[in-house]
Design a protein around this ligand. Structure first.
Ligand SMILES: Nc1ncnc2c1ncn2[C@@H]1O[C@H](COP(=O)(O)OP(=O)(O)O)[C@@H](O)[C@H]1O
Ligand SMILES: [Mg+2]
Ligand SMILES: [Zn+2]
Length: 245
């Protein structure tokens, strides 16, 4: 990650005292000319700590921690377009965090959807003080259902709130399994709540957009409409990268 450390020149040192984090680089650590001795911790470390305490998981799964835009290689124009759209999504989101816009990365296995979705998160953790998180649709549903157990530390409302409040959420492998109506209702509640709060969501799926085995058929109508309204569609239609290596 060294090449991705936040540079010192981004700090307004007229107003702030710069602090340094070994993992994330420079950040505004305290107000200059302030009477209080209060200093802020590294904002990127805070996002990671919060993710562990709220979801019991790191923001980005271990396998994708070092994936970034600069190690996504393009050998066809489709890959170039996908990369450019993901980079642009990040840029717009950073400039306008409250836009609520989303992305749908759609295509077959091994084409780099998770790689690019995690690249967006990695960069967002570095540049923003806002929360973000990666989950598969399966894990999200399991986490909500696990709150029904007597031993659960969180209530269903608290867990729903946690997923609804994340500023930028990746929901990966949407439609990888056939979901029951109950599971679709759980997903739908989160999608609709995030829509109402104007929080951005990136969906990754192997399904098609419409027709048989499609996102449209997998989700309930209302959730699909929300996604349709807010998301840019990026189609990944080249052969799997996995076989190549
Ligand atoms: N264009 C690419 N350049 C570099 N690595 C890639 C590329 N496409 C895929 N990969 C790598 O191949 C593996 C599978 O990609 P992944 O993002 O998991 O695919 P998907 O989520 O579309 O199934 C990952 O290790 C990913 O980093
Ligand atoms: Mg994937
Ligand atoms: Zn840090």
């Amino acid at each position: 990650m060294t090449e991705n450390l936040n540079p010192r020149e981004n700090i307004n040192e007229e107003r702030y005292i710069a602090g340094f984090c070994k993992r994330h680089g420079w950040f505004s650590a305290a107000l200059k000319n302030s009477n209080t001795a209060y200093t802020w911790p590294c904002p990127s470390c805070s996002i990671e700590k919060k993710s562990l305490s709220v979801f019991g998981q790191t923001v980005i799964p271990e396998r994708y921690k070092n994936k970034n835009f600069n190690n996504y290689f393009c050998e066809c124009s489709g890959q170039q377009i996908a990369l450019a759209k993901c980079e642009n999504f990040l840029k717009v989101k950073e400039q306008n965090p409250k836009s609520g816009d989303g992305l749908v990365l759609l295509g077959s296995v091994g084409t780099g959807k998770t790689h690019l979705a995690c690249s967006i998160l990695t960069n967002f953790v570095m540049s923003q003080r806002k929360s973000c998180f990666y989950t598969t649709a399966e894990k999200l549903v399991t986490k909500i259902i696990s709150t029904w157990s007597q031993e659960s530390e969180k209530t269903q409302d608290e867990m729903t709130e946690a997923f609804s409040n994340v500023e930028l959420l990746v929901i990966d492998e949407l439609g990888a399994y056939k979901n029951s109506d109950r599971e679709i209702r759980i997903l739908s509640e989160i999608i609709n709540e995030r829509y109402a709060r104007m929080k951005s969501t990136i969906f990754c799926t192997n399904l098609k957009w419409s027709g048989s085995k499609s996102l449209e058929n997998h989700l309930d109508e209302r959730s699909f409409d929300r996604i349709h309204e807010l998301s840019e569609l990026v189609v990944f239609d080249w052969p799997s990268y996995r076989g190549k290596k």
